[in-house]
Design a protein. Structure first.
Length: 331
């Protein structure tokens, strides 16, 4: 059975992009894979986090993931900082990765912008810690959204360079599982920007804990253009906001974009937005209700994470100990 690893930063509440790009896929993969899912609090720290909020959001996201269908009895769910293997292999990989490779990472460029000198070294070496997350478990399949594609290529480059430098066949190749339709959900306020937990505008995203009223309001206010929906996909060209809403609808119903347009083409956004809201509420309503219920018992959430961390350590420890032996640490 192939081993799956994936992670999410415990900053804010998971949003629709996280759900359609990654989490929904995680739930399905549980059927026929051995899965390890991680709240990557060490990655979150690469930009300033208020300590109490970080703790709170780690618990909050645990509740959301359980509510969405992650099964901690059959699979592993934990927070990254509780398993030291990540930091130890991350350091080895910092010594394997080349500065030139990190310089090419577009996510760092996007996040740091022009003010590069004032960002943490952690943000810069983030992709080598991400490579360590995956390789510490010898995971071979990684379900993520499209924005992580370049980081996965780097994880393979780092694993292969380690193997080459030390003359071993130790780290396997990693395959990204990127959903074809919904790998890049865009902001509701600007169809050229990715939907993100950290966007300053709460109106730009649907959160997994939104109430039906909040969902309805955000979709009603979602930016569109004055034209009716086109009947063919070519008509979505240069209409990023319209494309995004149709993409979300298609991802929720399992239809293709042309199928959705065949139904709604020629109509204005009013009826389409109402239908989209209905789909969103049907899919996310139960997740939000179950999240609220789980948040009532933080002790249970903490025990899920602690149990997950112990089991994650048991898998990663021998792999990272072997990497440490290979590089020549004296024990
Ligand atoms: P993060 O926390 O930014 O996002 C979690 C997952 O959600 C996907 N995603 C999206 N998919 C579609 N449309 C969007 N607008 C959207 N926004 C986010 C992300 O692609 C991701 O799959 N670096 C990772 C976390 C990480 C990780 C790992 C993932 C750390 N180590 C090892 C896989 C393997 C991140 O920042 O995810």
């Amino acid at each position: 059975m192939q081993r799956v690893f994936s992670g999410i930063q415990p900053t804010g509440v998971p949003q629709l992009g996280n759900y359609l790009g990654a989490i929904r896929n995680w739930v399905v993969l549980q059927q026929d894979h051995e899965c390890i899912f991680c709240l990557v609090d060490m990655h979150a720290l690469t930009v300033w986090q208020d300590p109490d909020s970080l703790r709170q959001q780690t618990l909050g996201q645990t509740a959301c993931l359980l509510a969405a269908g992650i099964d901690p009895a059959r699979h592993i769910l934990y927070n990254q900082s509780a398993v030291s293997a990540h930091a130890r292999l991350g350091w080895i990989f910092n010594c394997v990765v080349r500065l030139g490779w990190l310089n090419r990472m577009t996510q760092f460029k996007d996040k740091a912008g022009k003010d590069r000198e004032n960002h943490s070294a952690g943000l810069y070496v983030y992709p080598s810690l991400m490579a360590a997350d995956i390789h510490a478990f010898h995971a071979t399949r990684v379900p993520v959204g499209d924005d992580q594609r370049q980081h996965l290529e780097l994880a393979n480059d780092i694993g292969q360079k380690f193997n080459h430098d030390y003359g071993v066949a130790f780290f396997p190749m990693v395959e990204g599982l990127i959903p074809p339709g919904s790998a890049r959900i865009m902001s509701l306020r600007d169809g050229t920007k990715k939907m993100s937990k950290s966007d300053p505008s709460a109106q730009s995203r649907i959160e997994l804990t939104d109430t039906p009223d909040e969902i309805a309001l955000k979709i009603r206010r979602a930016k569109t253009d004055p034209e009716p929906l086109p009947s063919e996909e070519a008509g979505l060209e240069n209409r990023p906001e319209a494309r995004n809403l149709v993409t979300i609808y298609a991802a929720l119903t399992g239809e293709t974009v042309p199928e959705v347009l065949a139904r709604f083409g020629g109509e204005g956004f009013g009826p389409f937005k109402a239908a989209l809201t209905e789909r969103l509420v049907a899919e996310l309503g139960p997740v939000a209700a179950e999240t609220r219920r789980l948040l009532g018992d933080p002790g249970h959430l903490l025990s899920v994470l602690r149990d997950g961390a112990a089991r994650a350590s048991a898998v990663a420890e021998p792999i990272v100990a072997e990497a440490e032996r290979i590089v020549g640490y004296l024990r």
